[in-house]
Design a protein around this ligand. Structure first.
Ligand SMILES: NC(=O)c1ccc[n+]([C@@H]2O[C@H](COP(=O)([O-])OP(=O)(O)OC[C@H]3O[C@@H](n4cnc5c(N)ncnc54)[C@H](O)[C@@H]3O)[C@@H](O)[C@H]2O)c1
Length: 258
């Protein structure tokens, strides 16, 4: 069996997923860097992760498809023979922001498939493996981390599909936390706020002045590394009596203020 702990990070070739992968590598995890199409970007994360002396492998797979999920799981079994941490990070924003009174069914289906249904069934299948593994190797303490968003509870009527998919991830976290606790598997939700990545580059100019005026108590954009650090805080094992917890990584956006 692989000596180091093994983490699968979906959508890890860029942005938040990349930062999570590198933080885990620094923490001595071996990595499965899942990506969808950009091999070069995935390989750049792989070579940076290798600088920490861990083993990182790349695996292309569409996590919204059953075949993609099976491919990933088979790949990890062959490469490492164990799984310790699943980070459900891959996600998409709507191709166009459109008022919910007119937004298309195609966009809704796409967002739900990638942001919710994919992670739900990938987690179901990996959880089955984690349960079986735990019976053989009780020293492995598996963790599932879901990357949701402040959109899980914040209304944005021009991307309702995104908000609904992320609200679903919040409930999915609670459901799996409940179901998997008896097997010693804990489940956490990290809820990022405005993080500077490719996903938010199109709205940078809109949010820059709002942030400067105090939209978030901590007046700056979040960085992908802020989310990476939250993942490390969880996997280090200092929350042994917690599951289903939400960690807000949002500069205080979630606070109600008067
Ligand atoms: N950037 C933000 O402000 C922000 C805020 C809250 C939550 N999030 C969430 O964080 C996660 C990462 O976002 P990001 O900002 O780094 O976005 P990003 O667009 O930079 O990266 C997303 C990654 O997911 C991958 N991906 C998309 N669909 C996939 C699929 N079907 N299979 C495999 N991989 C797929 C993409 O290829 C990409 O590498 C997403 O779930 C996003 O919803 C982002």
């Amino acid at each position: 069996m692989n000596a180091n702990r093994v983490a699968l990070i979906t959508g890890a070739s860029r942005g938040i997923g990349r930062a999570i992968a590198l933080a885990l590598a620094e923490c001595r995890f071996d990595l499965v860097i899942n990506y969808q199409s950009n091999l070069e970007a995935a390989q750049s994360v792989q070579s940076q992760a290798s600088l920490y002396g861990t083993r990182a492998v790349v695996c292309p797979a569409d996590i919204s498809q059953k075949e993609g999920q099976s491919k990933l799981i088979d790949f990890i079994k062959t490469q490492f023979g164990r799984i310790d941490v699943l980070v459900n990070n891959a996600g998409v924003a709507p191709a166009v922001r459109e008022d919910m009174l007119h937004a298309s069914e195609e966009s809704f289906d796409r967002l739900i498939a990638i942001n919710l249904k994919g992670p739900y069934f990938l987690t179901q299948r990996i959880a089955q493996w984690m349960i079986a593994q735990r019976q053989q190797l009780p020293e492995i303490v598996p963790i599932v981390i879901n990357i949701s968003s402040i959109s899980a509870y914040t209304s944005s009527t021009n991307r309702a599909d995104y908000c609904i998919s992320k609200a679903g991830i919040s409930m999915m976290t609670r459901l799996y936390a409940d179901r998997l606790a008896e097997f010693g598997i804990s489940v956490f939700e990290i809820r990022p706020g405005l993080i500077a990545t490719d996903m938010t580059s199109a709205v940078k100019e809109k949010y820059d002045p709002l942030i400067a005026q105090g939209l978030t108590p901590i007046r700056r954009w979040g960085r992908p590394e802020d989310v990476g650090k939250a993942v490390i805080a969880i996997v280090q094992g200092y929350l042994p009596f917690s599951t289903g917890e939400v960690i807000n990584v949002d500069g205080g956006f979630h606070l109600r203020r008067l």
